[in-house]
Design a protein around this ligand. Structure first.
Ligand SMILES: O=C(O)[C@H](O)[C@@H](O)[C@H](O)[C@H](O)COP(=O)(O)O
Length: 238
């Protein structure tokens, strides 16, 4: 596990020969972390991302032996669409992660029918307040524009989303590049996790990551990496 340093950007790089190997290794790492959390405090809290990348990881994780009945799963972020939509991250998690051994895990969604995304974020924050914070494990993804979670470079409230002192749990996001409005965990909640992995695949994502952490305007992923008290572990396969 090579530790890299570029100015103050500290992260771990875990490269794999193929995507299935990555899925197996990352599922194992998540399983170990959740199992330790359960041993220490009787329950564990996991937040996962959506998008196109994590389906293989979710499949591997769903068969990993963990005391899943003691695990609460929630989302890093969600599109403001009902679970029946193909764009729903809750739908993706239900179909791929909450299966097999993981079918008994408790899932706490971010999407609720609401008059506005602001109302939905307020309802979420109430619903999530009683979870056993901090998160034990967070799995992030990244877009080619350097966004992670729903921290889009053009989000009107980007500074609020990335406020490391924020007490907020879930925030609404309006960003043209994100498509529909979004709900996202605040960066403060994400970086307080015991373990944060960034899961990216393909040469284009590796190039986008290297570009995002290089010199120039700071992309959201770099802001998160810099703010994290423990180095984020990047998991990549071609
Ligand atoms: O709901 C979402 O869109 C996300 O959680 C988002 O942050 C995602 O992880 C990246 O956009 C990467 O998405 P892909 O895996 O589809 O490239």
């Amino acid at each position: 596990m090579a530790r890299e340093q570029l100015s103050q950007v500290r992260y771990g790089w875990n490269g794999f020969a193929d995507r299935q190997d990555l899925a197996t290794a990352l599922a194992g790492e998540i399983g170990d972390r959740l199992t330790s959390a359960i041993a220490e405090r009787g329950s564990a809290l996991l937040a996962v991302s959506g998008g196109t990348t994590p389906a293989k990881l979710f499949a591997a994780l769903s068969t990993t032996p963990i005391a899943w009945d003691k695990v609460t799963v929630t989302l890093v972020d969600e599109r403001f669409v009902p679970p029946s939509s193909p764009r729903s991250n809750a739908g993706l998690v239900a179909a791929n992660l909450l299966q097999n051994k993981a079918a008994v895990a408790r899932f706490v969604p971010l999407y609720h029918e609401a008059a506005s995304i602001e109302d939905a974020a307020a309802t979420d924050s109430e619903a999530l307040r009683s979870l056993p914070w901090p998160l034990d494990v967070v799995i992030l993804g990244m877009g080619g524009d350097g966004h992670t979670a729903s921290f889009f470079p053009d989000a009107g409230n980007l500074e609020e989303l990335l406020d490391s002192a924020s007490q907020r749990i879930v925030l609404p996001v309006h960003a043209q590049s994100g498509g529909e409005p979004r709900l996202t965990l605040s960066m403060a909640r994400i970086i307080a996790a015991g373990f944060v992995a960034l899961h990216i695949e393909g040469e284009d994502k590796r190039a986008a990551f290297n570009g995002a952490i290089g010199p120039g305007a700071k992309k959201p992923i770099r802001r998160v990496i810099e703010a994290a008290p423990r180095p984020i572990e990047v998991f990549w396969a071609p």
